[in-house]
Design a protein around this ligand. Structure first.
Ligand code: PGA
Length: 248
């Protein structure tokens, strides 16, 4: 069975005061068997990792450059995330693809660099609203993975997040059978790429996951957790999602 993962993507939100949410999360009821990862803005990674110390929440970055180092103003190297205390990194998020023109080829190079630096990677894929309406979701997700998922002997450090672009931050969520179909495709791709180890790759759903819909989403086959944006910003909203995953 894959690990269960509840990952919070804080995007460009959060400051020092937000560290109180981490304490509140840790004070909530324990969630046995769930790996909790928070990906704050880069400026908070070191503070958050120090604040958490040995307590059971991992910290992740939201992107890293494909190059190990170099003249790339404004970018962050994978090794810098590691030094700051991150153990994970989100790569290929649709907001990076849209805001920064990241292609699948670039994302694949980022994944390789992040793995080489020792990070766990949360690789995001998902179709736009137009692609969804055109009925080509499966083709888009398969193509993104064909291009962005590298050959690697470290599949244990790869997590794949299916995030329909039209579901992110909108309150819209695909129907259960639609999520099930995409996750089954991703599982098949993972098995083809990694053999039996592909069965252990966690596949997360992301896009408007809330306390109200979390249990139903986690009941879907091949949904091993969630990548959560808005609802991960407060412990009051994220804790029940984590609890739902623990009970799934
Ligand atoms: P959301 O964002 O939960 O706010 O829809 C999810 C994401 O972008 O990872």
């Amino acid at each position: 069975m894959p690990r269960k993962i509840a990952a919070g993507n804080w995007k460009m939100h959060g400051d020092g005061a937000s560290l109180a949410e981490i304490d509140a999360l840790l004070d909530a009821q324990p969630a046995p068997g769930v790996d909790i990862v928070i990906c704050p803005p880069a400026t908070l990674i070191h503070r958050m990792a120090s604040h958490i110390g040995a307590r059971p929440i991992a910290v992740g970055g939201q992107s890293c450059h494909a190059a190990a180092k170099g003249a790339h103003t404004g970018d962050i190297a994978a090794s810098m995330l590691v030094e700051a205390g991150a153990t994970h990194v989100i790569l290929g998020h649709s907001e990076r693809r849209a805001d920064h023109g990241e292609s699948d080829a670039m994302i694949r190079a980022q994944v390789e660099t992040a793995l080489a630096a020792g990070l766990n990677v949360i690789l995001c894929v998902g179709e736009t609203e137009a692609q969804y309406k055109a009925g080509i979701t499966q083709d888009i997700v398969s193509d993104q993975l064909a291009q962005a998922l590298p050959q690697t002997d470290m599949p244990a450090r790869i997590t794949i997040a299916y995030e329909p672009v039209w579901a992110i931050g909108t309150g819209l969520v695909p129907q259960d059978h639609e999520i099930a179909a995409v996750h089954a495709t991703i599982r098949a791709i993972s098995l083809r790429a990694f053999g039996t180890a592909g069965a252990e790759v966690a596949i997360l759903y992301g896009g408007s996951v809330k306390p109200e819909n979390a249990a139903a989403i986690f009941a879907i086959a091949n949904v091993d957790g969630a990548l959560v944006g808005g609802a991960s910003l407060s412990a009051a909203a994220f804790s029940p999602i984590i609890a739902a995953l623990a009970n799934a």
